[in-house]
Design a protein around this ligand. Sequence first.
Ligand code: ATP
Ligand code: MG
Length: 221
Amino acid sequence: MITLALSKGRIFDDTLPLLRAAGIEVLDDPETSRKLILPTSRPDVRVVLVRASDVPTYVQYGGADLGVAGLDVLLEHGKGPDGGGGGLYRPLDLNIARCRMSVAVREDFDYTAAVRHGSRIRVATKYTQTARQFFAGKGVHVDLIKLYGSMELAPLTGLADAIVDLVSSGNTLRANALVEVERIADISARLVVNPVSLKLKREALRALIDAFEAAVQGVAR
Ligand code: ATP
Ligand code: MG
């Protein structure tokens, strides 16, 4: 049995066409079913539904053989695009769930001046590790405030001067009178694989990874 970890929503929806191109249909709809283990048209392949940020954990510890996780989640887990930081085999860029991780502030906040004057900046984010590294690399002093959602609210209420969050269209920022002032990383979802699984289930996993790779190229064309 091969177990693939996905999160509900964007990642699940964007992975379905790739699975389909690889000849695999998921036989349940996570939006209507309460099941957390979904069978597929391949009797030897099943999908498990986990929180987006739990995908690397499931794959690293073998709760799933492979999974789809955003680069944002991998970076925050200390795993780079090449799997550096350990525990996962060479992530394949699936080119789905594309967005960017950016710094945003209120339209009336002078970020450039704050950085230039060496002021301490209060930054609210879900991505505290990534933000810490980014600002340390720039030599900017920051106080980080961990949030789990609605990051846009932080600068509007005075909780923080800036946020680090994912941006795609920029509509949410605009709707809340925030502006993007720096891009930290381009984000897309990656296929991550447990290295032990790759040894023990070599043939089956290799075929599946190759099918994903071909599907990504097919969709890109
Ligand atoms: P949870 O709901 O468990 O807190 P989450 O809110 O991060 O997790 P999603 O919003 O489904 O879950 O995001 C899953 C992944 O999709 C993110 O890790 C990121 O890689 C990607 N993503 C998030 N927001 C966007 C966006 N606006 N556009 C494109 N991709 C995005
Ligand atoms: Mg969400």
